[in-house]
Design a binder for this molecule. Structure first.
Ligand SMILES: Nc1nc2c(c(=O)[nH]1)N[C@H]1C(S)=C(S)[C@@H](COP(=O)(O)OP(=O)(O)OC[C@H]3O[C@@H](n4cnc5c(N)ncnc54)[C@H](O)[C@@H]3O)O[C@H]1N2
Ligand code: MOO
Length: 413
């Protein structure tokens, strides 16, 4: 197990994530097949090639008349083009005959164009002269008011890539291809434990010096919101044996174990020592160049990830977003397109800490832009997270962010 002094050097966030990666590839090789209707938020295990074209027939996008565009050229209100109409396309049915020159067929939105037709005249641009004779008062170009075969999806193309997180629109695309069952990563099982002699259950009345458990609930909420199957195991005192028994059980029952508290000076050695003792490779980092989040601990015990998150409630939440969420939503292996919105800082933000920082901010609407107002408050205050709408990232080796400068922000979910 990793008990050498190299490990105890403070790591950057990126180094910490990198150090965990080789041990958890196995998470992403698992698969289960689920019904499409249960797939929201789940992560695809493989690329999905299109097995058919969408649409697989030429489809009208307007109510009107399917025609040959050529027959309408030059048509206007004062000089309508005359078209002989020979009936109506029925919804959900293929037209029986090809369209002959100089003729048209009435067609509903979504109806299938007959062979020979290459455009649709909107009903607003048709004049009924009686019997089968219609006038077209506005010319149409070939391809106008219709969707071509394969215009949405062509056969064989990869329409979704491995490790894509399924949103409502991906569900719709899969449905359009008839994929009623989907192969996804099993939900990550996340176990959460609050530690500390002073922490009590929220249903108890705290005595002086005691605090109700906050982190158990914030981390539970964050894990659930990230799509995990999460379970709060309660509170354990700063006692080596009690902690060992609980962690052993949690490591058996989960893929990822989150501890809060007991990561800093004092009890820090307890959690770190246990992570290192419980299995291989053990402790991988102890201390991150991150603010808040300096005392974060991380390791791997026999293929399971285990994190010791800082006790301060805002810290624990920020660190969850930085180092736990990426494993749950697959973004650690497959960066999801996630362009960040931008706003302007209302004041200078200095960063002289030598650590990467995540600053809680409130968003203030200002015409078409957002102003970003930093929330001043210690990381021990849960209220700062409730007041915060987003966080601003100050990378390592930068001096901060100037007031008035456009800067990206990440919304707190
Ligand atoms: N001398 C130093 N002291 C501290 C340092 C340091 O570098 N040198 N780091 C500070 C930072 S930053 C943080 S963050 C905290 C982290 O402390 P721990 O992770 O060891 O957590 P505790 O000491 O157990 O608790 C800190 C604080 O948070 C409260 N807490 C803990 N768990 C919960 C919970 N589940 N719900 C609500 N509140 C919780 C706890 O009661 C303490 O008030 O250490 C600093 N100290
Ligand atoms: O780094 Mo601590 O995690 O600020 O509150």
């Amino acid at each position: 197990m990793g008990n050498n002094s190299e490990l105890f050097k403070v790591k950057t966030l990126a180094e910490a994530i990198y150090s965990l990666k080789p041990y958890v590839q196995i998470f992403y090789q698992r698969a289960e097949t689920i019904a499409l209707e249960d797939s929201l938020g789940r992560i695809l295990t493989q690329d999905i090639p299109a097995t058919c074209a969408i649409p697989h027939f030429r489809k009208s996008t307007m109510d009107g008349m399917a025609v040959r565009a050529l027959d309408t050229f030059g048509a206007s209100e004062s000089m309508p083009a005359l078209v002989q109409c020979y009936g109506e396309v029925r919804m959900g049915e293929a037209p029986k005959e090809a369209l002959k020159p100089g003729t048209g067929i009435l067609i509903p939105t979504g109806g299938m164009l007959p062979e020979g037709a290459d455009a649709v005249v909107m009903v607003e641009h048709l004049e009924h002269f009686g019997e089968e004779l219609y006038g077209v008062t506005k010319a149409v170009a070939p391809g106008e008011n219709l969707i071509e075969i394969g215009e949405d999806v062509t056969v064989g193309e990869v329409i979704l890539t491995q490790f894509t997180r399924i949103r409502a629109q991906e569900m719709g695309l899969l449905a359009s291809l008839g994929q009623v069952n989907v192969s996804v990563l099993p939900r990550f099982r996340v176990g959460i434990l609050s530690t500390g002699d002073e922490i009590i259950s929220p249903d108890k009345e705290p005595l002086p010096g005691q605090s109700r458990d906050i982190n158990g609930y914030t981390l539970l909420g964050q894990a659930l919101a990230s799509g995990a199957e999460a379970h709060h195991y309660g509170i354990v005192k700063d006692d080596l044996e009690e902690l060992r028994t609980m962690l052993t059980k949690m490591l058996k029952e989960n893929d990822i174990v989150l501890l809060s508290g007991g990561s800093s000076v004092g009890t820090r050695d307890l959690s770190a020592q246990l992570i290192d003792e419980l299995g291989d490779p053990g402790l991988l980092f102890h201390g991150l160049a991150l603010k808040p989040g300096k005392p974060t601990i991380g390791g791997v015990v026999d293929g399971k990830l285990i994190f010791g998150l800082p006790g301060h409630p805002a810290s624990a939440m920020v660190v969850f977003d930085a180092i736990v969420r990426p494993w749950l939503d697959g973004s650690v292996l497959c960066p999801q397109a996630n362009p960040l919105p931008k706003g302007k800082m209302t004041q200078n933000l200095y960063s002289g800490s030598g650590r990467e920082e995540f600053v809680r901010i409130r968003l203030i609407p200002n015409g078409e832009e957002w102003l970003l107002e930093p929330i001043r408050g210690k990381s021990g205050l849960i209220r700062t997270m409730v007041l915060a709408d987003a966080v601003v990232h100050i990378p390592l080796d930068t001096e901060g962010i100037e007031a008035g400068k456009e800067n990206p922000f990440s919304l707190l979910r």
